[in-house]
Design a protein around this ligand. Sequence first.
Ligand code: MN
Length: 488
Amino acid sequence: MEQDIKEILNLMVSHTASDIALIEKAYQFAKDAHIEHKRMSGEPYLVHLVGTAKNLAKMRADPQTIAAGLLHDTLEDTNTTTTLILKEFGPDILFLVEGVTKLGKIKYRGIERHAESLRKLFIATAKDIRVILIKLADRLHNISTLEYVRPEKRTRIALETIEIYAPVANRLGIGQMKGALEDAAFPWAMPKEYGEIIRIQNIKTKEAEKRLEDVQRILRKKIAKDGIAGFKSDFRVKHLYSLYRKLENHEMNIDKIYDIAALRIIVPTVEDCYKTLGIIHSTWTPLVGRLKDYIAIPKINGYQSIHTVVFTGDGGIVEIQIRTQKMHDEAEFGIASHLAYDELGKPTHGAIVGKKLRWLNQLIDWQKTVKGSKEFLENLQTDFFKDQIFVFTPKGDVIELPGDATPIDFAYAIHSDVGNHCAGSKVNGKFLALDSKLKNGDIVEIQTRETSRPSSKWLEFVKSSLARKNIKVSLAENEEIKKKINRN
Ligand code: MN
């Protein structure tokens, strides 16, 4: 067996004989398809595909997703056809590979106010969370080989990673991926700030770790004495980019940052978490206002843990985080962590699909309610976006519209004058009727004419309340004008 395949398999949570066969087949297929293809670094292209597959395995993705990770660039970069992938790997893997190919077309052009819409467009286009996982794994490998890319492109990719990819990973609760993406993009996006943070971190982390070691030694004894068996403890060093963001919020004053390094305690049960907190607070004095109980009140992305900051008595201050193993896995792997769990419960299909929630809440609810991996996969379709589409102006501004919206809706979303004088529309460079249905990612251009006026027919097909309201106002005004003319 090839070394690459062994390395991928070693990172996987579990694999059956058929899983191994699938990975081997996808690997060989990708190797053949990209045989003449090289990376900017001069390495064989296969290196990127294996890197992507390994990132997926680390995120605990399922074997099909990992196989799709190996195949993710075949449609875009080789003459492999969809028919061939369908024949060799079936409809699921083809769906994933096609999804990743589509997602590659969404680009961040550096306009910050559109970043949120782009993140939503990203999720909506993906249609399936596994597609997003592959795209994140792909980006993580690309960003770690950015030195070979030309400078302007490098900066764009680095900013896009920080503005779009990392927040999407964060929304999905994949803390490990968010941190890795940001830290890999940071030096390319902000070289000066990066250098400064590295310098600060080198000095401060060493100081903090020395102190944490003492606290850890004392605490381990006390926890064991209190009868909590099977606990683990380690240090977590704050990711560089998140340290930078935090410093920015504290006037770059490092003395105000207590969690540059933190002690992390992992215990078996929630009760043990609170017991441990009791032990900590009866040993060291906590800082007022620094206790955060994210177990009772989870963060919006589902994150759970107890954080507390204590005085160590020798002039030092340390942060301690307490959580269960399950909370830990969810914090590191987020939505992907469920893929590794066995079926624990079976919520009914309708209970999930029927709920109409805002995009974020819905993701979190899925994370909480869908425990079984099979149901989980079936429910991964991001159909909560079916009522919403994202289209672009010719300049790349993102406009959010209701599903089945038309160029008229788009025109009113730009400005009521544009809507009121709308005479024609071009979608993706082609003239299209004003009642055509727009699709995600369409680039829409409106032609206006001074003499054009809204027609009452428009009310039959517009979808946004904004357009409807403006059309009615304009029709009433025009009616008034007509009456006046008739009276005179
Ligand atoms: Mn790729």
